[in-house]
Ligand binder design. Structure first.
Ligand code: MN
Ligand code: MN
Length: 387
């Protein structure tokens, strides 16, 4: 799994401000198992009690590294990796077709890469300390999910990968094995050699267009809530595609975490008051709570989305502003003259009936007339063609 070492957390430690027991516990739980972090965990309580801290002492040296995000070897860290997955992946049986479906949550629009980068981009620009902390926590957890789902894909592909790499089967048998019913795993198996591709389950490459961060928390949090809802549904559907208990369990965990994230984002949204409508400019009062019935025919339905007390229900009408509904623009006299010249040059002659290419190709008759005549006998060339 992926962990992030956060400078804000480290600077907020002893010597600068008091850290609560809960913060200390979270900090300790967040520590990984590598030697540098173990060392930090050991020296911290002593520091807090003031029992150590002489310049140059081991604990103060550790403190210096901590404040500078350095490992015990003096190299900088921002993200660190714990070799264990966030959730154990047990795959009962290789299944390249199922692996392909799982790609949806690896490189698809509702997938973990899109989620991780969505929250990471929001974290970078966020100034509110609470939301900033939440966004990097969830972004980092999504990276850990990416590792889990990617591992599931790789495990499901293991058997076929070996067969292809070693040419164990004859060609026809191998082809059948990797392109079984409803399974286009040839994409991941042959082209990627069992490596996990950043595509969705249909082979469409991942795109940054899946990340719709706009830099306003009341908009971004709403989009995040929707993204988590979609991710939850995709996991649910994937779970319905397999009876492998280990895969189902890991997917169930990933699905559950999306529910949890959805709740965090909702809480964060409603902790901004007011949060609706987004932005600072007020809506136009006369149109804010109006529902326009824009469709004709049977089937108009009324519900809380279009009825009192929230909405006034109005039939469609043009120019609701009371104007004439026609576009207007002011241009300079020079621009106006040029526009008139262009209009005169491009004027169409409604009295004309010009010959068209289609008409020339049909002996001067309209295409429709030729079609009505039915198929023609092919004409023989007057002279033999020379080749
Ligand atoms: Mn996730
Ligand atoms: Mn999530």
């Amino acid at each position: 799994m992926v962990q992030v070492i956060r400078r804000a957390y480290l600077l907020g430690g002893f010597g600068r401000e008091e850290r609560s027991d809960e913060q200390r516990l979270v900090r300790r739980q967040s520590l990984g198992t590598n030697a540098a972090e173990k060392e930090l965990a050991e020296v911290r309580p002593r520091n807090r009690e003031g029992e150590a801290g002489a310049p140059g002492s081991a604990c103060m040296e550790a403190r210096r590294r901590e404040c500078n995000n350095l490992t015990s070897k003096g190299t900088p860290i921002m993200f660190s990796h714990n070799k264990r997955l966030q959730y154990t992946v047990r795959v009962n049986e290789c299944n390249p077709g199922l692996a392909n479906l799982m790609l949806e949550q690896f490189g698809g629009p509702q997938g973990e890469l899109a989620a991780a980068l969505r929250y990471f981009s929001q974290y970078l620009a966020e100034d509110d300390p609470g939301r900033k902390d939440m966004l990097i926590d969830i972004a980092t957890e999504e990276l850990s999910h990416l590792e889990v789902i990617g591992t599931i894909v790789a495990m499901l592909n293991k058997g076929a990968k070996g067969r292809i790499a070693e040419g164990a089967d004859d060609q026809a048998e191998l082809y059948r094995a990797i392109t079984g019913a409803g399974n286009d795993s040839h994409l991941t198996q042959v082209l990627y050699g069992g490596g996990v591709a950043f595509t969705n389950s249909a082979g469409v490459p991942w795109t940054a267009a899946y990340v719709d961060t706009i830099g306003d928390p009341t908009c971004d949090l709403r989009s995040n809530i929707a993204a988590e809802a979609r991710a939850k549904m995709t996991y649910e559907r994937l779970m319905n595609c397999t009876s492998d208990p280990g895969v189902r369990e890991a997917l169930g965990f990933l699905m559950t975490r999306e529910v949890s994230h959805q709740q965090s984002f909702e809480k964060a949204l409603y902790s901004i008051q007011p949060s609706f409508p987004p932005g600072k400019l007020p809506p136009m009062k006369e149109f804010e709570n109006v529902y326009f019935n824009m469709s004709t025919g049977d089937g108009d339905a009324r519900g809380p989305w279009n009825r009192e007390p929230t909405f006034a229900f109005r039939e469609a009408q043009p120019a609701v502003d009371g104007g004439d509904g026609l576009p207007q623009v002011k241009v300079s006299p020079d621009e106006a003259a040029l526009l008139r010249d262009a209009a005169a040059r491009l004027k169409s002659d409604s009295a004309s009936d010009p010959m068209t290419g289609a008409m020339l190709g049909s002996d001067g008759n309209a295409v429709g007339a030729k079609a009505r005549k039915g198929p023609q006998k092919p004409t023989q060339p007057d002279t033999p063609s020379r080749h």
